[in-house]
Design a protein around this ligand. Sequence first.
Ligand SMILES: CC(=O)SCCNC(=O)CCNC(=O)[C@H](O)C(C)(C)COP(=O)(O)OP(=O)(O)OC[C@H]1O[C@@H](n2cnc3c(N)ncnc32)[C@H](O)[C@@H]1OP(=O)(O)O
Ligand SMILES: O=C([O-])CC(=O)C(=O)O
Length: 373
Amino acid sequence: MADNPTKGLADVVAASTALSDIDGKAGRLFYRGYDIHDLAGRTSFEETAHLLQHGTLPTRQQLADYGAELVRGRTLGALVEANIAEIAEKQAPMEALRSLVSLAGAEDADKDSNESDANCRKAARLTAQQPILVARYHAARRGVTVREPDPSLSIAANYLMQITGRVPEQREVDIFDECLVLHADHTMNASTFAARVCAATLSDMHSAIVAAIGTLKGPLHGGANEQVMRTLESIPSGGVAQAVRQKLADGEKIMGFGHRVYKTEDPRATHLRKMSQELAEASGDATYYRMSKEMEEVVFAEKGLYPNVDFYAATVYHYLDIPTDLFTPVFSISRMSGWTAHVIEQHADNRLIRPDSEYIGERDQKWTPIDER
Ligand SMILES: CC(=O)SCCNC(=O)CCNC(=O)[C@H](O)C(C)(C)COP(=O)(O)OP(=O)(O)OC[C@H]1O[C@@H](n2cnc3c(N)ncnc32)[C@H](O)[C@@H]1OP(=O)(O)O
Ligand SMILES: O=C([O-])CC(=O)C(=O)O
């Protein structure tokens, strides 16, 4: 079989976008021309979502209006309310989110329109609903009542409050908010591509988002952050180097390392490493952070691979008391802002996405009746 140089669509430009840009050699990421290093820690997730969905960093008035729209959007429809308990009982978190977003779409006021204004309204609602869906799911599976979202709180503060059941410290909120900013968009990553392929058939935004959630779930993509934590938990704290070398010798991939586009450090990992260290030190038990640092050194020495966004995000979420199986849902809360912006962009200048394939099967086969095969 001839080796296909574009297997996995590596290096294929599949869309034009004004949303984000990556310089993989220099390790730089931009949202609408703004360097991620300038946005992280200075721009809230709500401002970032506005930047992606509406094209500009908001003025104070625009942010107030968009914030109010997000607060209104936190309501879940009757279909979600009626089914969330059973879904929480039967489905794992990312599967449940796929189902719940689909149910929310069935009742969305703009469900039959792909017009830009309708898409913007849906984008805000989806961005507002996703953290509430995760929190309500988590409460339902434990059979407890979740705290009501507080309209005066940001998405980051509300989410931490609803998930942990305690009022988070301001520094925790700031760190989590920065995590949401760092994960918001990332050019033609697999889940965004899935959303755009779906949208390009002129299907609706909720369908595209369901495709994206299903795609983010896999461990080669957003699912890696959960697997990073599982790896850290599964190896003895003093045996990191040995465990990593053994996994590599067994042909296993080390979750949270490597990237299709970055050939140097992922700029998001630079921020997440610092946050992980700060939270580890504040927690009084920096074991997982120290193990992560050692793992980073061993993987680089053995394979020359750098940590990606999922690697230090795992310990950051762990130190923020987020349950491990909600790490990938957290990713989806942030990436919702980017996915929806990509659907808006796709619908605004659409063409069906339909690549070609290279046929490698048999040719000129002779058909035979079923009893003669
Ligand atoms: C948000 C995100 O989606 S970030 C990515 C999250 N995913 C992960 O962390 C999973 C682990 N990483 C990986 O599987 C890969 O690095 C990916 C999927 C991110 C990128 O994949 P690709 O660009 O297709 O690279 P590919 O998987 O072909 O790897 C190239 C080589 O590096 C090796 N490699 C890549 N990543 C890793 C890893 N994490 N551990 C060990 N080896 C690795 C591969 O085994 C392969 O080696 P070979 O040429 O000797 O066969
Ligand atoms: O871009 C990718 O392939 C994966 C990634 O880092 C992301 O989606 O944030």
